[in-house]
Structure formats: structure tokens, C-alpha cells
Design a protein around this ligand. Structure first.
Ligand code: HAM
Length: 417
């Protein structure tokens, strides 16, 4: 027996109502905030991700699905959505469009992680990127849209974690300080942190090991060592969040799991849980497009895991609109009525009425049972008598009331109801 690969899952029809609910709200917000949809390939040249996400990150070191294709090119299944969107921005000369270019996507994302609740090897993100502008008002807009999404979905109790990790100018000086601080602590940190110290010191702050927490907690804070421009950017963002009435918590250890960020970084978390359950995250990445060979172009964006939104909707018992049930079920008795019922089913469907039909040779009782199981609002019944009189019996499935309706009035009557 084949099963879905470990860490992947089927989104069954019974789950789809959650997914449609989220998608509809997200698209509605994108229209209001002026973001346009983009779809990029499921796989890209592997270098796109190693160049941008960064060597030394978990994603690049242990989580990518990379394969050599039949033409001997190294390809990687998309482990995140930002680099592909930036690649498309450069490739299609979007710098000639009015800036910022604001794009959104719904993408499947592949990371070879250890599967657990809310953590999969294939997950799905709703993400959006605003490219071509450094104004902190845009960072606030990106955060605001996510905040509006979660609240309009009915998810409560979220907290926004915020930090600024500086730019190319001020970060090297901060990293020196950080390394100096950690050099006195190396005998006490975990083995992974010893490697981080050499390869990617900013990641030291991100360590989840309990024994490293007091050390990272007492480390010098990046936001205390920002250059004047980064400091004023961060201060303005906080002012905008105040205007938007979005509460935030400055988290000095927040650095994010991808290396392309500059200045603003943020994550949205359910209050009762930690970083493992982050529902959405993002930040500014002013160096990424330049790194990919484009003109230096500032940008900011966010992505949110749809599975994690579904998890939170279920936890908080949010009632989501059900997927539509059929309006009409057409039942019949006898061969002549079988043909007529096909004609009526077709008329109703052509008129835009969702209609199911009886199939095979089931008893009338079994047909009614089926109509009930499908949740049909009405059943139309045809037999020899009804054919002779040019009518069908219309049954309201909730009240069991029945009455005859002329066959040529069925569509208008159903539409009226
Ligand atoms: P990320 O934090 O790696 O950011 O992922 C975004 C969201 O995807 C997470 O907050 C989480 O909800 C969800 N997620 C991540 N990994 C998994 C997983 N294994 N299983 C289920 N859900 C998961 C990015 O990917 C950036 N590209 C976000 C961004 C956009 N930054 C700027 N623009």
C-alpha cells in the first residue's frame, strides 16, 4: 500500500473549507492593499537558494530537496518563496514598473525537516513581497496586512515579535561585539553554537537549546548598535505600528532562519507557544536583489504557513463557512424517467444550479438516502405518472413537504427558492 510520503499529507475535501476560507480572506486583503498575484516554478536552479538563504542556515545545510535533472543541472524544490519572486522581479525587468512592486503568492514549500505537529516536509505558504521601497511605512503595511488577515479570520491571542538586525554598514561591528562576548562563553555553549560562532555568529542568538538561553539572553543587543539610518528606520516603524494600534514586543534574540534579512525582522506567534509554532514571519531584505545580480533594490515581505493557520482556527474553534452542498438532487423511477431526469439535471446545471443525479438502479428509498447524505436542499422526483403530466415532484428535504412543479418551470422555481 502506498502512503503519502512522510511529512506530507492530502488536503481532503472535508478540510478544504479551511483552506478556501483562508485563501478568500487573503486574496480580499491583497486586493485592498494592492498586491498582485505571482506564481513561480516549484523548482529553481539550486544556486538561487544557497546564494540568498545563506550557507550555515538549517534550510540550506540540511533541508533542501536538491536533485540533478536529466540534463545534469542541479535543481532545488522551492524551500521558500522570497528568492523566486526576486528572481522573477529581475528577470522580467520589474524595476521599470511603478515602485514598489507588490506581489503575493500561494506556494507549496519543501523542507526536509523532522515532521511533527505543524511542521511538515511539504507545507503551504501565503506570502507577499513589496519590492523597490525602503520607507518604514511599507514595513508597517506588510505587518498590518498579516495582522488584519489573522484578525479577520477570527484568530485571537497572537503576539508580534519585532527586531532590527541592522544593515551592511552597522552589522559587521555588531557581529564583532557579539563574537567578543561569546568568545568568553564558548566552553558553556552547545556544539551547534560552537559552529555558529565560526560560520554565522548572528545565528547564536537563535539557538533553541535551554542551556544556551541565558547566554544569548545576556548578549549585546543588535538594536543598541544600529547606525543612525537603521535606528531612525526602526524608530519610525515603531511609530507606525503605534498608529496602526498593533501591539509588539521587541525581541532582541529574533534573527529569523534565513540570512537575507536587513533591518526589520518580525514573527507572529500564538501567545501560549514558542517559536516552534510561529504562524507567520518576514522582514526587510534590502540586499537580496543586488545579491542576485539586480540593481540594489530595497524590499520587505512576509509569509504565513497555511497549515499553522488551520491549526489555530481549529484550536480556537473558529466556525468556517462550509463548502457549498448541492442544491438539487434529481431522483427517478423507471427507464423513461431516467432519460428525462438526465435532461432536467442538464437544464439545471446549465442554469448554474448545483445538481446531483441518481445513478444506477437504486430503490427510491436509497436515492432519498443518498440525497440526504449529500446535503441536497431539494429533491426532484420523476416517474411514469409525472412524465405523463409533464411535472416533477419537488421535495424540500428539510421539511419533507412535496408539491408538483411543471417541468418547464423547474429552473425558475428552483432559482426563486
Ligand atoms: P519562514 O519563517 O521560513 O519565512 O516561513 C514562513 C512561515 O511558514 C512560518 O512562519 C511558518 O508558519 C511556516 N512554515 C515554515 N516551515 C514550516 C514547516 N516545515 N511546516 C509547516 N509550516 C512551516 C520564509 O519562508 C520567508 N520567505 C518569509 C518572507 C517573505 N520573508 C520576506 N518575505
Amino acid at each position: 500500500m502506498f502512503k503519502a510520503p512522510r511529512g506530507t499529507f492530502d488536503i481532503l475535501p472535508s478540510e478544504q473549507q479551511y483552506w478556501r476560507y483562508i485563501e478568500n480572506k487573503a486574496i480580499h486583503l491583497c486586493n485592498i492593499y494592492g498586491y498582485k498575484r505571482i506564481d513561480t516554478p516549484v523548482f529553481e536552479e539550486g544556486g538561487l537558494f544557497t546564494r540568498t538563504i545563506g550557507q550555515g542556515t538549517d534550510i540550506v545545510e540540511k533541508e533542501t530537496y536538491t536533485f540533478e535533472d536529466r540534463g545534469k543541472s542541479l535543481m532545488t524544490l522551492r524551500p521558500e518563496g522570497t528568492a523566486p519572486v526576486c528572481r522573477a522581479y529581475i528577470e522580467h525587468g520589474m524595476h521599470t514598473l511603478p515602485q514598489p512592486v507588490k506581489l503575493y503568492y500561494f506556494s507549496s514549500i519543501f523542507r526536509y525537516e523532522r515532521p511533527q505537529s505543524g511542521r511538515y516536509r511539504e507545507h503551504h505558504q501565503f506570502g507577499y513581497e513589496a519590492i523597490g521601497e525602503s520607507d518604514p511605512a511599507l514595513d508597517a503595511e506588510v505587518i498590518d496586512m498579516a495582522w488584519q488577515l489573522y484578525s479577520s479570520l477570527g484568530i485571537n491571542g497572537l503576539s508580534l515579535q519585532l527586531n532590527s538586525i541592522g544593515c551592511r554598514e552597522c552589522r559587521p561591528k555588531y557581529l564583532e561585539l557579539l563574537k567578543k562576548y561569546y568568545s568568553g562563553q564558548l566552553s558553556s555553549v552547545c556544539n551547534d553554537c560552537k559552529i555558529r560562532y565560526e560560520k554565522n555568529p548572528l545565528r547564536l542568538l537563535d539557538c533553541k537549546q535551554a542551556s544556551c538561553q541565558p547566554i544569548s539572553g545576556a548578549a549585546p543587543r543588535n538594536s543598541d548598535y544600529l547606525c543612525a539610518d537603521c535606528a531612525s528606520h526602526f524608530a519610525s516603524l515603531q511609530k507606525y505600528l503605534g498608529i496602526l494600534e498593533i501591539p509588539f514586543n521587541i525581541n532582541h534574540r529574533l534573527v529569523r532562519g534565513l540570512d537575507y534579512y536587513t533591518r526589520t525582522v518580525f514573527e507572529v506567534q500564538p501567545k501560549e507557544e514558542g517559536a516552534q509554532s510561529t504562524i507567520g514571519g518576514g522582514g526587510r531584505y534590502d540586499g537580496l536583489i543586488g545579491e542576485l545580480g539586480g540593481q540594489p533594490t530595497p524590499a520587505v515581505g512576509l509569509a504565513t504557513g497555511i497549515e499553522r493557520i488551520v491549526l489555530n482556527l481549529k484550536r480556537q474553534n473558529v466556525a468556517v463557512p462550509p463548502v457549498p452542498q448541492p442544491q438539487v438532487f434529481v431522483a427517478f423511477v423507471g427507464e423513461a424517467a431516467r432519460l428525462k431526469s438526465k435532461e432536467i439535471v442538464t437544464q439545471l446545471r446549465r442554469a448554474g444550479v448545483s445538481t446531483e443525479q441518481a445513478l444506477g438502479n437504486k430503490s427510491l428509498k436509497a436515492q432519498f438516502r443518498h440525497a440526504n447524505a449529500l446535503g441536497a436542499k431539494f429533491t426532484l422526483l420523476l416517474g411514469d405518472d409525472e412524465l405523463r403530466q409533464g411535472i416533477a415532484i419537488l421535495r424540500d428535504m428539510s421539511t419533507s413537504e412535496q408539491r408538483p412543479v411543471p417541468q418547464d418551470k423547474l429552473v425558475s422555481e428552483i432559482n426563486r427558492l
